[in-house]
Design a protein around this ligand. Structure first.
Ligand SMILES: [Zn+2]
Length: 56
């Protein structure tokens, strides 16, 4: 998965599920509660949310 993939993650704060790129260029926030759910690292993100599945 050198190019990254899309993942469904579940926010630990509010339970919202949203699709996040696995290698985001910048931090990704929950669209519901603004919690930072994926931290940009330059590679695969550090997730602060539960990763549920990869999106096909
Ligand atoms: Zn949330």
């Amino acid at each position: 998965m050198a190019r990254g993939e899309f993942l469904t993650v579940k926010c630990g704060e509010c339970g919202n599920e949203q699709v996040v790129f696995s290698k985001p260029a910048q931090a990704v926030e929950c669209i519901v509660c603004d919690t930072e759910i994926a931290e940009s690292t330059g590679g695969t993100a550090r997730f602060n949310a539960k990763v549920l599945s990869a999106v096909e």
